[in-house]
Design a protein around this ligand. Sequence first.
Ligand code: 5GP
Ligand code: ZN
Length: 314
Amino acid sequence: MTDTTTAPQTTDLDAARLAFRDELVDAGLLVPAGEPGLFGRNGTFDDVVDAVDRYITLGFAALAPERIRFAPVIARSAFERTDYVASFPQLTGAIHTFTGSDRDHAALLAARAAGEDWDRFLHPGETMLVSAVCHPLYDHLAGQQVDGRVFDVVGYTFRHEPSDDPMRLQSFRMHEFVHVGGEDDARTFRNTWSERQAAMLAALGLDVTRVPANDPFFGRAGKFLAANQLTDELKIEVTVPIYPGLSDGTAIASANSAGDHFGAPFGITTADGTVAHTSCIAFGMERITLALFRTFGTSLADWPVSTLDQLSLR
Ligand code: 5GP
Ligand code: ZN
């Protein structure tokens, strides 16, 4: 009789991911923070993030984007309108807090003292963690006429995807350029600036590839959404080989055509009253930084002069 209970196999890819994570932690660049995909960073890591951010800002300066910043927390009513929970319930993060009485608090403390879970005493607040940094922007523009404006948005996002791969964080920064306006303009913006996005990342010496991609839409219905996204090339990713021979490249940036997906629920229209279309050019700040450390080594002293010069890090 064969034993049908098999221990999970550690693949070469798992091992490579753990080795990369350990290398980053040993170098002090990442600081473990108690959960998979949750890290602090040291000053060198954030110096590179800041340098990449300046580089991106300069590269997109010709658009004269309107800079706007939001908290990493979004009103539940706005989150609801993004429809994110329909497509990615597995990635969401809701904020819960304590709203009970003294008695409820005593029960919470008793559970805690007994070593039991105490978060069952918390209740959903009015807010969610931000899943994409452009989401609060649509709420800000709700009900307005917006015809061909470009916004520069930076912030933290949360996605519940615990993983041992240091490229997959639960909370990470995105820098997005968001075009809001007519359908044709939104598509032209996406295509033009997606090429520029890839060219800029290539100019850092990264081995980039531009590929049509799809999002991890949830469930059976999600398979159709993902297939449509691929066929219609609604999403283009810039990938870099991180574990060559073991997995496809990892997306360090992406360019999305959202069509009227946000314009319609948020009531954003163009000058002639039609629903506004939106496009996003998104840079994953930690992933770009990690791709640089993966490609050139964990010590900046080993990086090519041309890369350091591009980033004004010399
Ligand atoms: P998207 O909205 O395309 O899913 O995400 C935008 C960008 O954020 C991606 O191109 C990628 O660079 C970055 N990103 C997405 N998921 C993760 C993740 O799990 N961890 C990290 N560090 N970055 C991510
Ligand atoms: Zn976006």
